[in-house]
Write a protein that binds this ligand. Structure first.
Ligand SMILES: Nc1ncnc2c1ncn2[C@@H]1O[C@H](COP(=O)(O)OP(=O)(O)OP(=O)(O)O)[C@@H](O)[C@H]1O
Ligand SMILES: [Mg+2]
Length: 469
């Protein structure tokens, strides 16, 4: 196979984080990896954060590839939040993929294909390439417009010359129509320091030559001054870009093409393509042209996977280039999907055996209050102390998530009465408007006669019989 295409793939951003966790900017650890009480948006949950910090360190040192971590704990205890903290601490170079267990059933591809793609998204390849560039200070650009004749009027077809210099030499290059267009688009004028990539013809303006500082007034304050380069005008420069294996697969898959990366509809990828890419990447590694960067695959709600997926995970973890897998679940001892067996977290024992398990614990009242305060700041909501206390006690009795929901809604209610701060009355109002799970259940129990498919009633033979419909 010829060298796989890589040049077309530019930074395809990792999924933007869900706004529920937008306040989280890291794990909030100090240099010794000890969690601070409250830092980078995270509060308490110290044991789990400390463990996550160690995992993070191992990831950064490349020591934990092919290992997996399970974060277990009750709903709303910050499992997803901690995974987000890890993602934020990794930096842009390390791939981080987040999927939810149920997602792989809804895509238009097999479960294992969806998982394979998620795995390959989480493995980065840092590729070093030598690019030939032309770099120098523009001495002069000379463009001749063709006048055109009656038969072929001036079609904009132009020719010209550009003179570039370094401190050591000066060279004149002929310009084609395309180059002229790029130079004009970048508004390149004499005195600019520019780089032209020879392969793609891309023009980049680095700044204005220091030699032109006397003309500063005419240029305005945004002008960036740079030194005139030394040495040859034409030179080789090393460029490094990091892609993930899935991106390389997609670009090289004939039926897919580059645009599939943006539409997200990549469909299934042929196994041969993956094998070829693996072989090529291995070659590049041997030649010192590429390095593997193991990233992180986070599978939230992992209990939604079934037994086939679990056995896929077992095998994939043993692969040489596996990413680090972080799993999260709020399930206790429950049925493993696709079987009649029960197991802790709904995961098979042989998978559990390969995992490091971190537990999250319930929050204290103080911690709840701090999280709610951070969310208020994040949502730009001012709240009186009394209102915060009430909201916290609601959080204790219902759930953290429910209390978080009341922040935005109470702020809207406060705004309607033209107040700038949310007060106790606003919290009371939204508490009565929007019910939490407990009150909703109670309501349903009281009103069960009016509802269809009520389990209790069906059992008592009062409700509608599902089988007879
Ligand atoms: N320690 C924390 N510090 C700051 N914010 C937190 C903390 N724990 C949870 N949160 C926030 O509280 C909300 C609920 O937490 P999260 O979604 O992480 O819970 P979870 O354990 O993943 O729950 P589930 O089991 O239902 O998925 C989120 O908005 C999250 O960002
Ligand atoms: Mg979660």
């Amino acid at each position: 196979m010829a060298d796989p295409k890589i040049a077309e793939v530019k930074d395809v951003n990792r999924n933007e984080l869900v706004s529920a966790h937008s306040h989280i900017r890291g794990l909030g650890l100090d240099d010794a990896l000890e969690p601070r009480e409250t830092a980078q948006g995270l509060v308490g949950q110290k044991a789990a954060r400390r463990a996550a910090g160690i995992v993070l360190k191992m990831i950064k040192e490349g020591k934990i590839a092919g290992r997996a971590v399970l974060i277990g704990g009750q709903p709303g205890t910050g499992k997803t939040a901690i995974a987000m903290g890890i993602a934020k601490s990794l930096g842009d170079e390390t791939p981080f993929t987040m999927i939810s267990g149920s997602e792989i059933f809804s895509l238009e591809m097999s479960k294992t294909e969806a998982l394979t793609q998620a795995f390959r998204r989480s493995i980065g390849v840092r590729i070093k390439e030598e690019a030939e560039i032309i770099e120098g200070e523009v001495v002069e650009i000379d463009i001749e417009k063709s006048q055109g004749t009656f038969r072929s009027p001036a079609s904009g077809a132009k020719a010209g010359k550009i003179t570039l210099k370094t401190t050591d030499m000066e060279t004149v290059y002929e310009l084609g129509a395309k180059m002229i267009e790029s130079l004009q688009k970048e508004k390149i004028v004499a005195g600019d320091i520019i780089t032209i990539d020879k392969a793609s013809g891309r023009v980049t303006k680095l700044g204005t030559s220091f030699g032109r500082t006397s003309e500063y007034d005419a240029m305005g304050p945004q002008t960036r001054f740079v030194q005139c380069p030394e040495g040859e005008v034409q030179k080789k420069k090393e460029v490094v870009h990091t892609l993930n294996l899935h991106e390389i697969d997609v670009v090289n898959s004939r039926s897919q093409g580059f645009l599939a990366l943006f539409s997200g509809e990549t469909g299934e990828i042929k196994e041969e393509i993956r094998e070829q890419i693996n072989k090529k990447v291995a070659e590049w590694r041997e030649e010192g042209k590429a390095e593997i960067v193991p990233g992180v695959l986070f599978i939230d709600e992992v209990h939604m996977l079934d037994i086939e997926c679990f056995s896929f995970l077992n095998r994939a973890l043993e692969n040489e280039n596996a990413p680090i897998i972080i799993l999260a679940t709020n399930r206790g001892i429950t049925t493993i999907r696709g079987t009649n067996h029960k197991s802790p977290h709904g995961l098979p024992i042989d998978l559990l055996d390969r995992l490091i398990i971190i537990h999250t614990k319930e929050y204290t009242e103080r911690e709840l209050m701090q999280i709610l305060e951070i969310r208020c700041q994040e949502e730009d909501v001012e709240m009186t102390e009394e209102a915060k206390e009430l909201l916290t006690s609601i959080g204790v009795q219902t759930s953290l998530r429910y209390a978080i929901q009341l922040i935005t809604t109470s702020a809207l209610v406060a705004k309607r009465r033209k107040a700038t701060e949310v007060d106790v009355e606003d919290i009371r109002k939204v508490y009565s408007m929007f019910v939490d799970v407990k009150r909703s259940t109670q309501y349903l129990q009281e009103q069960q006669d009016l509802y269809l498919f009520s389990e209790q009633l069906a059992g008592q033979g009062k409700g509608m019989d599902l089988e007879s419909i």
